[in-house]
Ligand binder design. Structure first.
Ligand SMILES: NC(=O)c1ccc[n+]([C@@H]2O[C@H](COP(=O)([O-])OP(=O)(O)OC[C@H]3O[C@@H](n4cnc5c(N)ncnc54)[C@H](O)[C@@H]3O)[C@@H](O)[C@H]2O)c1
Length: 275
């Protein structure tokens, strides 16, 4: 059974990790995917996998932090598939350091990716959603649209070395709760999923020296010392880190029709870990 047949789902940061797992899950459930990522190769790979599954997908390569990205993303969805039903603001990365070593540029970059970009994407979608809902009202069709924003335990409880990241991930909770109140009238469920430890390149074990990711020309250190990883996994009542598929499943709960009367909520997907 496909639960999301005919729905158009926009996913940012869908080339790798949680975003890719989500794109595959939504496509398997029948949604048409509008996939974004900064990097072309992982986007092309995800597109290929979805197409091989028989799914429908289009892509918008580029940084969500470009000022007009929201308009471009929504326009691609409308031109290709004619609607916007699900928006998942997933793109993100870490740029960590203790506060005295955090530059203005670094702090701002964390706000830009985790807070400003989702704000602009959602703002860009407003005009279409309002008009589409008006037409649906006239036809007495009462389908629900879905927004899922991605936060972190760092956003809910803070985390040493992550001032900018934590503030961005806390801010997105405020945006979620406000849009829940503004968009209820348009039948949009606006929720947030906050992850604990999920196994992706951001949390890879630093077994052989350093690991880096490249974000818009910046080489940024990522990864976690194996001993710390083990400690965090052990602290989680389920005793392990989560997989990207399990993380995507948590987001899916808020994309499915079963969440039609749930809005403004933050779901923690962290194996029971509460920092
Ligand atoms: N992995 C975890 O333990 C964890 C925990 C809490 C929250 N999160 C959040 O989950 C989300 C997904 O992260 P992940 O762990 O899958 O990481 P990931 O690095 O595997 O995937 C993130 C994707 O976002 C893309 N991206 C980064 N900057 C972008 C930009 N400016 N524009 C477009 N795309 C961009 C990357 O290219 C990458 O493909 C992020 O928001 C992250 O902060 C992850």
């Amino acid at each position: 059974m496909t639960r999301l047949a005919g729905k158009v789902a926009l996913v940012t940061g869908g080339g790798r990790g949680i975003g890719r797992a989500l794109a595959l899950k939504l496509a398997r459930e029948g949604a048409k995917i509008v996939l974004n990522d900064l990097d072309e190769a992982p986007v092309a790979e995800t597109v290929k996998i979805v197409q091989e599954m028989g799914g429908e997908i289009t892509s918008v390569v580029g940084s969500v932090t470009e000022p007009n990205f929201g308009e471009r993303f929504v326009a691609a969805a409308l031109e290709t598939f004619g609607d916007v039903h699900i928006i998942v603001n997933n793109a993100g990365y870490t740029w960590d350091s203790v506060i005295q070593k955090t530059s203005d540029e670094q702090f701002q970059a964390m706000l830009d990716i985790h807070l400003i970009a989702p704000f602009r994407i959602l703002r860009a979608a407003t005009a279409h959603i309002r008009e589409a809902v008006k037409r649906e009202d006239e036809r007495q069709e009462y389908a629900y649209r879905k927004v899922v924003n991605i936060s972190s335990l760092a956003g809910l409880y803070g985390n040493a070395g992550q001032a900018g990241y934590s503030v961005g991930k806390a801010g997105i909770v405020g945006l979620t709760r406000t849009l829940c109140k503004e968009w209820g009238r348009y039948r949009v469920n606006v929720n947030c999923v906050a992850f604990g430890l999920i196994e992706t390149r951001l949390t890879q074990p630093l077994t052989s020296g350093e690991a880096h990711i490249s974000i818009e020309g910046r080489e940024l250190g990522v990864g976690i010392q194996p001993k710390l990883l083990q400690a965090i996994s052990t602290m989680a009542p389920l005793g392990r880190a989560g997989t990207p598929k399990e993380a995507a499943d948590a987001i899916y709960l808020f994309c499915s029709p079963e969440s039609d009367y749930i809005s403004g909520q933050v779901l923690v997907c962290g194996g029971g870990l509460l920092m």
